[in-house]
Ligand binder design. Structure first.
Ligand code: PHE
Ligand code: NA
Length: 501
């Protein structure tokens, strides 16, 4: 018997789930810094160009594949062409890697929501984070010394994830974003308003928005803009294909894509304002220039913000709102990452949802806890994050556009499908962007990162560590994807289904 595919209740459930995926840690702790480092106010030019020439078109492309072929990434690619299935599995494996370390960051944020009240980092937040809290080992050699303060909140994240995902697309995945996203917006708005009223906020905003037009002549600034857009929109590695496969047959795809893309960028700008107001305050409080306190990623969240929380009026509230936002934004992204895996395994083996979730998410939980709740978790997280983003996401996006357009010549089918169901029609420019511009831009970014990393390594990690957790994982995932594509499909999955348009 054929399984009928789960569906979102409507277009807004899909839009909120897609925004839930897109709005994540990248908006809050990555965008403000990337914008500041790459031209400040002038960054708006490369950013908007990257959004319009790459982000939105790739979002439409992913939606069209998922919706036209109504399958998880491997099934959708398989229905497009027998030989394209491995691309889908590569995307699935990238999601596994990202998912297992994303859970750790959410767990730290949960813990830091509590620390915001006690402020037990005292006057040394950095020493507290690395030493007292994470108990980071001296050298990046894999250890299995579990850190309880990380282990327990991580376990909680995985248990909640299993429950939410087990309830399915309507009552789990979509519902989490329908509750989480409005809550996130309210919490974050309150945070931004508080940050704006802190003394020194305007200096921070000046530092962020003052345009450095000369930066536009540097290729690195353009690479940064394209990189931020790919990561931020969650395009190119299976997530939007998977979510679009749960849409009803007639759904306005391009209209939804525009809403998702603009909401994501809106949230980035909001985060830029909040984070730089806060940094402006910190600089003023310690009598230094803003550029001396600027930070991003883990350093921003777990070192700079604790410092700020100790100094600011209403610090505890700022902390709860900030780390609470990271938890919600991260969790709705994590759901979307794991749904790529769940839906692929479900399609391939013909299992039910609960069985698939228990096996897939349960196994991910075990690996995730073993690798990232230990004293060397931070080293592995940092390395895997770099390779997953720069090699994995960019590489998978490149393969998918290249194979679909250049190898299989299917660009016209994609356009036809988008226009058959959508309000906002796409045409020749879209085909040109997907078929020519995107492969060129993506190849350039991908190859330059690979060459640079072969030449200079990554961070200060020793060669054998990078060999295993960086290159080994990267190349291993490609080989494993090909193997998975050779496993036969469950009889329940119709590989040749051509849905009516
Ligand atoms: N798009 C998310 C962000 O901007 C990040 C993300 C990465 C989500 C990987 C899903 C998968 O933070
Ligand atoms: Na984002």
């Amino acid at each position: 018997p054929r399984q009928s595919r789960e569906e979102f209740t409507g277009r807004w459930a899909f839009i909120l789930a897609a925004i839930g995926s897109a709005v994540g840690l990248g908006n809050i702790w990555r965008f403000p810094y990337v914008a500041y480092e790459n031209g400040g106010g002038a960054f708006v030019v490369p950013y908007l160009i990257a959004l319009l020439t790459a982000g939105i078109p790739l979002l439409f492309f992913d939606y069209a594949i998922g919706h036209r072929f109504r399958g998880s990434a491997p099934l959708a690619f398989r229905r497009l062409n027998r030989w394209a299935e491995a691309i889908g599995w590569w995307q699935v494996l990238i999601c596994v890697v990202i998912g297992i370390y994303y859970a750790a960051i959410i767990a730290w944020s949960i813990r830091y929501t509590g620390f915001s009240l006690t402020q037990e980092w005292g006057d040394d937040p950095e020493g507290f984070f690395n030493g007292t809290y994470l108990q980071v080992a001296d050298a990046p050699q894999p250890s299995f010394d579990i850190v309880p303060g990380v282990f327990w909140p991580m376990l909680a994240v995985w248990v909640i994830l299993i429950l939410v995902m087990g309830f399915g697309i309507r009552r789990g995945v979509a519902l989490a974003s329908m509750i989480g996203i409005p809550l996130l917006i309210v919490m974050f708005l309150v945070l931004v308003v508080i940050a704006l009223t802190l003394p020194g906020a305007t200096q921070g905003l000046d530092a962020l928005f003052t345009p450095n037009w000369a930066a536009l002549a540097e290729p690195g600034v353009w690479i940064a803009a394209y990189g931020q857009i790919f990561f931020s929109l969650s395009v190119g590695f299976g997530i939007m294909i998977t979510y679009a496969s749960y849409l009803k047959k007639r759904t306005n795809l391009t209209g939804s894509g525009l809403v998702v893309g603009l909401s994501n960028s809106g949230f980035e700008i909001l985060a830029g304002i909040g984070v730089f107001s806060a940094l402006g305050f910190m600089a003023q409080a310690s009598g230094v220039r803003v550029d001396e306190v600027v930070a991003s990623g883990i350093g921003l969240a777990f070192v700079a913000f604790p410092t700020l929380i100790s100094q600011a009026p209403m610090g505890a509230l700022v902390g709860i709102l900030f780390f609470g936002s990271l938890v919600i934004a991260g969790f709705t992204s994590l759901i979307s990452i794991l749904e790529v895996v769940v839906s692929a395994v479900k399609d391939k083996l013909g299992w039910g949802r609960w069985t698939t979730v228990l096996v897939v998410v349960g196994l991910s939980a075990v690996v995730s806890l073993a690798l990232f709740s230990t004293t060397t978790g931070l080293y592995m997280l940092d390395t895997m994050d770099a390779f997953a983003n720069n090699f994995g996401i960019v590489g998978a996006a490149l393969m998918s556009v290249l194979v679909v357009t250049a190898v299989l010549g299917s660009a016209r089918r994609i356009v036809a499908h988008l226009n058959a169901v959508s309000s906002f029609r796409v045409g020749g420019i879209f085909t040109l962007l997907i078929g020519v511009v995107m492969p060129l831009v993506l190849s350039y970014i991908w190859l330059s990162w690979i060459m640079e990393t072969i030449r200079d390594g990554y961070g200060d990690y020793p060669g054998d560590f990078l060999g295993q957790y960086g290159w080994g994982l990267a190349l291993g995932s490609v080989a494993f994807a090909v193997l998975l594509s050779l496993i036969p499909w469950s009889k329940k999955s119709n590989l040749y289904e051509e849905p009516v348009e």
